[in-house]
Design a protein. Structure first.
Length: 166
């Protein structure tokens, strides 16, 4: 049988007191430190998750902004191309208009020079006709007779403006 002796009872009481003291002064603070550490880890994980969520949100914003910037740059490039094309067409039209004006002026100048040359030729032909007529008649006619002969010669020769070849 088991004898219960006082020593055994004191040992059990000592063990119980030691257990209670260890629980209060050793296990309690250690458990408390471990709980604090666990809370700190959970808090850090929660903050990391929030930071990650914010980072993902910012990444989405930046991607949206980048996409928008690319679209804007494409629009700007297209607009610049259209403006350049319109300006090139306008410049070409202005050049064509200037060339047409220059061509019309050249035609007017040629026409004026032609008329002037025809008048000079008429005068020269008239003078030569008068000279030939005066040689043939062997006399010097008066200015009224000269004009009448000149007019008659021009009527027979024809009007230079009636020439429709040009």
């Amino acid at each position: 049988m088991i004898q219960i002796n006082m020593n055994l009872v004191f040992t059990i009481i000592n063990l119980l007191v030691l257990y209670l003291l260890m629980k209060k002064f050793l296990f309690g603070p250690v458990i408390h430190v471990m709980d604090q550490r666990q809370q700190m880890l959970e808090q850090q994980l929660e903050e990391a998750k929030k930071t990650e969520d914010r980072a993902n949100e910012l990444q989405k914003k930046y991607e949206t902004a980048l996409k928008s910037a690319k679209e804007d740059s494409c629009r700007i490039v297209e607009k610049a191309k259209l403006e350049a094309k319109a300006q090139a067409e306008q410049t070409a039209q202005e050049a064509r208009a200037e060339a047409d004006r220059m061509l019309a002026k050249a035609r007017d100048d040629i026409s004026a020079e032609r008329e002037m040359a025809m008048k000079e030729m008429q005068g020269e032909v008239g003078r030569l006709a008068m000279e030939a007529a005066s040689r043939i008649l062997d006399r010097q006619a008066g200015s009224d007779q000269d004009l009448a002969m000149y007019d008659q010669f021009i009527k027979k020769a024809g009007d230079p403006h009636d020439d429709s070849s040009c």
